[in-house]
Write a protein that binds this ligand. Structure first.
Ligand code: ZN
Length: 60
């Protein structure tokens, strides 16, 4: 019997698919690893730094 199970795989999906998007802040074209559905703003990498949730701003 030649049982060859050398190939372990199934989780290799290749490179992550990038989608074109426009930054909601500066209007620059960018690419995001998810499909923008329009329900939430998309930011470029620069603006994402500004808009990402801070640890706990606690500014009310
Ligand atoms: Zn931007």
């Amino acid at each position: 019997m030649d049982e060859r199970r050398g190939r372990r795989g199934g989780f290799d999906r290749g490179p992550r698919e990038m989608h074109d998007a426009v930054c909601a802040d500066c209007g620059k074209e960018t690419k995001v690893p998810f499909k923008p559905d329009g329900s939430r703003p998309v930011y470029c990498s620069e603006c994402y730094q500004k808009h990402r949730p801070a640890r706990s701003p606690r500014r009310y």
